[in-house]
Design a protein around this ligand. Sequence first.
Ligand SMILES: Cc1cc2nc3c(=O)[nH]c(=O)nc-3n(C[C@H](O)[C@H](O)[C@H](O)COP(=O)(O)O)c2cc1C
Length: 216
Amino acid sequence: MSAAYSPGERDAVYRVIRERRDMRHFTRDPVDPAVLRRLLEAAHQGPSVGYMQPWRFIRIADRELRLAIHALAEREHKATAEACVSRTDEVLRLKLDGIRECGELLVAALCEGRERYVLGRRTLPEMDLCSVACAIQNLWLAARAEGLGLGWVSLFEPDELARLLDFPEGARPMAVLCLGHVEAFYPEPMLETAGWDHRRNLDELVFENRWGRAVP
Ligand SMILES: Cc1cc2nc3c(=O)[nH]c(=O)nc-3n(C[C@H](O)[C@H](O)[C@H](O)COP(=O)(O)O)c2cc1C
């Protein structure tokens, strides 16, 4: 018996990968707690360096906290716009988060005490961060399959967010995740629609044997 999934199941996997979008527009409908639990279970199935499982998720249930996180993101949006010297106005016009509207707000973080984990991280300590990203991607894909949108927001000063949420020393917030129902999924990345950038040609990014050598 083949270990491959059936053609229909395979198509579903590729479909969810293709149709996952970074969402910044949400309806205010609540997320079913059972679905949220499934999504967090999906995140927790993620691969991690040395089986470290460095991810932590904080569900933001308090409205005041949510607004405080939004204020951090807004401040950083402005600072980012100023830093993008030649495209300041363009950046200011972009909608880069749905923090106030989304049904659920999660903060994904790296745990404290990461220095104790050496396996796979001796030369590449940032593999802990990669592991958190893998967990988030699981959640993102599962959310799309559940019909829920997710927006990854990294516009914040991490130390300030850590303070706001009582993080222990060494723990680090990596992402504010806006999760919720949407009117419709964008047909393409919003930054593409906004003319910010485009998807590169895969063949320019895949090399053979040596950096820069195209695959024949
Ligand atoms: C690590 C990471 C950080 C991101 N931070 C933000 C962000 O702060 N605000 C935002 O609007 N989108 C953010 N995004 C989403 C990207 O803009 C988006 O993934 C990209 O434009 C491609 O669109 P797609 O995800 O719909 O394919 C982030 C994505 C990643 C992977």
